[in-house]
Structure formats: structure tokens, C-alpha cells
Design a protein around this ligand. Structure first.
Ligand code: ATP
Ligand code: MG
Length: 282
């Protein structure tokens, strides 16, 4: 029995029920229906502007869908749910900001204005635990501006994990990392997800680092969505149906490339027959 089949024995932790999002005249998401299960790792893939960040904001309750419902454990989703951890797409850490790594992580507790703060001993213990979980103890006392992109990314993930969320949403956490760091960070996220039973939804352009760890892929194109195992989604018929014109999934030297005709209105060189929509290494 596969991990996804096992996960599906549980009730969904999160349900997207017929989600539609329009910005002015533009329809960005059309009838997206997905159920997410406890502890699964889902890669959220799509071209620029496909609606990936918008979908995460809908899940977080930061944005209301034009139509449809989000249910978390069967209940309507609401803003500020501490059971959902989030690392946004663009986090700019000022190089001279006078904060240590551990201070950045602790903001995960302080950033929420409600409730009684944890006593300082408990806070320190929790921060130390989570720093260790992301393997960041060694640089926890360094100024964050001096740390590498991969080190900063680990601290941001630690911050999002501090409240023991049931779901972790990561918007392009690998985009500024070199290949080695991208693999390391992905492995770390996957291990934390498995160990703690956290559902991971990770947005990425390059799926290569995700292939060994991802249970399912959610592909967005032209506002529509397809969810399933990599081989089921990266299929000519499935993706052509999403894009609304023929696209091909090519296997080239162990890589998967999704190509579409340039009369599709998408980016591409007019001298070529096809332009690359997305690319996957396997
Ligand atoms: N608040 C908003 N008002 C109007 N249009 C918006 C708003 N937010 C997003 N959009 C539009 O919705 C579309 C989807 O945006 P979104 O940021 O979700 O894309 P994305 O898939 O995350 O892209 P990227 O890979 O570039 O991050 C884009 O065309 C964007 O311009
Ligand atoms: Mg985005």
C-alpha cells in the first residue's frame, strides 16, 4: 500500500471545495477541488502567474475565494489559524538587521498577538528544540544578515514550525538555493513532515529536488488543476486538458519536459514549434 493510499484512510485534513478566484475580469482559479491528507507531501507546480501563491493565501484565509469553500478538519477555514504554518514567497531579510537566528525563529511565537506568552524558560526550550530539528543550532546565535540563503531558509521554516502546525505551506522555499541546498532543505522538510505527521504543501518551479519525497503533485494551469502521482499528472492527456491545447510530456535524458505549441498564446520563440512549459528531472 502506498503512502497516499495509507493517508487516504484518514479523513482529509484540508478540503478545497470548488474554489474559484477572480481578480477583476480575470479568472485565476476555476473550480479547484482537492483533498489533502494528514502527513502527505504535495508539490504545487505551475508557471508564473498560474495562481500558486493565490491558492496558498486562500488556504490561509488571507484571501476569500470568489466562490467555493475551504474546510480545515471539516470546519470553515479562518484567518490566523495557528495550525497552519506558512513561509511566504518573498521574505527580505535586511543584511544589517540586528537579530540573531534564534530571535527570528522566536518571532513565530511572538508574531501572534493573542493569548498569554509562554514563560521565558519554556520559550527558550521550544526555540532550542526547533532549531535542532532544522539543524540550525550551530548558527542560531549569528546575525541573520550574515547567514547564507539556505541557512536563512531553515530558520524561516523553523519559525513556521514553532506552533506545531498540522499543515505547512511553503511558497517557493527552494528558489534562491543552489542544487545541493535545495535537496538538503527538501529532505529536511520531508523528514519533519513524516516525523510529526505534518501535511506539506510546497510550491516549486523545479520539481527535481521533490521527486524522491513528494507523495502527490498539484499542477495548476489556465486556472484549472490536476492532482495525483507524478506519472499520472505528467501525462499528455491530463496536461493538454488543463492547458486547453495539446502539450507533450517529453522524457529526455532522464528529464521530463512539458512543451506546448507556440500558437498557444504563451511565451515561446516564434521560430520554434514548441515552448517549454515546465521541466522535471527524474
Ligand atoms: N491581489 C491581486 N489583485 C489582482 N490580481 C492579482 C492579485 N494577486 C494575484 N493576482 C494575479 O493573479 C495571478 C496569479 O498570481 P499568483 O501570485 O497566485 O501566481 P503564482 O503562480 O504564485 O506565480 P509566481 O510563480 O510568479 O509566483 C497573476 O496574474 C497575478 O497578477
Ligand atoms: Mg507565487
Amino acid at each position: 500500500m502506498t503512502y497516499v493510499q495509507k493517508a487516504k484512510e484518514n479523513s482529509p485534513i484540508l478540503t478545497l471545495d470548488n474554489i474559484c478566484v477572480n481578480f477583476y475580469e480575470k479568472s485565476v482559479l476555476k473550480n479547484v477541488n482537492v483533498e489533502f491528507y494528514p502527513g502527505e507531501f504535495v508539490g504545487l507546480i505551475g508557471s508564473n502567474g498560474a495562481g500558486k501563491s493565490t491558492l496558498l493565501k486562500i488556504i490561509l484565509g488571507l484571501l476569500s475565494p470568489t466562490q467555493g469553500n475551504v474546510r480545515f478538519f471539516g470546519e470553515s477555514a479562518k484567518k490566523g489559524n495557528r495550525q497552519i504554518g506558512y513561509v511566504p514567497q518573498k521574505v527580505f531579510l535586511e543584511p544589517n538587521i540586528p537579530l540573531r537566528g534564534r530571535d527570528l525563529v522566536a518571532l513565530g511565537l511572538d508574531g501572534h498577538h493573542f493569548g498569554i506568552p509562554l514563560p521565558s524558560k519554556k520559550r527558550k526550550k521550544r526555540v532550542d528544540e526547533i532549531l535542532e530539528a532544522v539543524d540550525a543550532t550551530g548558527y542560531a546565535d549569528s546575525p541573520i544578515g550574515k547567514l547564507s540563503g539556505g541557512e536563512q531558509q531553515r530558520l524561516l521554516i523553523a519559525q513556521a514550525l514553532l506552533t506545531n502546525p498540522k499543515i505547512l505551506l511553503l511558497d517557493e522555499p527552494l528558489s534562491n538555493l543552489d542544487i545541493k541546498s535545495a535537496y538538503e532543505v527538501t529532505k529536511l522538510i520531508s523528514e519533519i513532515g513524516r516525523e510529526k505527521g505534518v501535511t506539506i504543501i510546497l510550491v516549486a518551479h523545479d520539481m527535481n529536488p521533490l521527486l524522491g519525497v513528494m507523495d502527490r503533485v498539484l499542477y495548476l494551469a489556465e486556472g484549472k488543476s490536476a492532482i495525483g502521482k507524478v506519472d499520472d499528472v505528467f501525462h499528455n492527456d491530463v496536461l493538454s486538458n488543463l492547458y486547453g491545447y495539446p502539450v507533450k510530456v517529453l522524457h529526455v535524458n532522464g528529464r521530463i519536459m512539458v512543451v506546448g505549441g507556440n500558437n498557444s498564446g504563451l511565451n515561446g520563440d516564434s521560430n520554434n514549434n514548441y515552448c517549454v512549459e515546465s521541466e522535471v528531472n527524474i
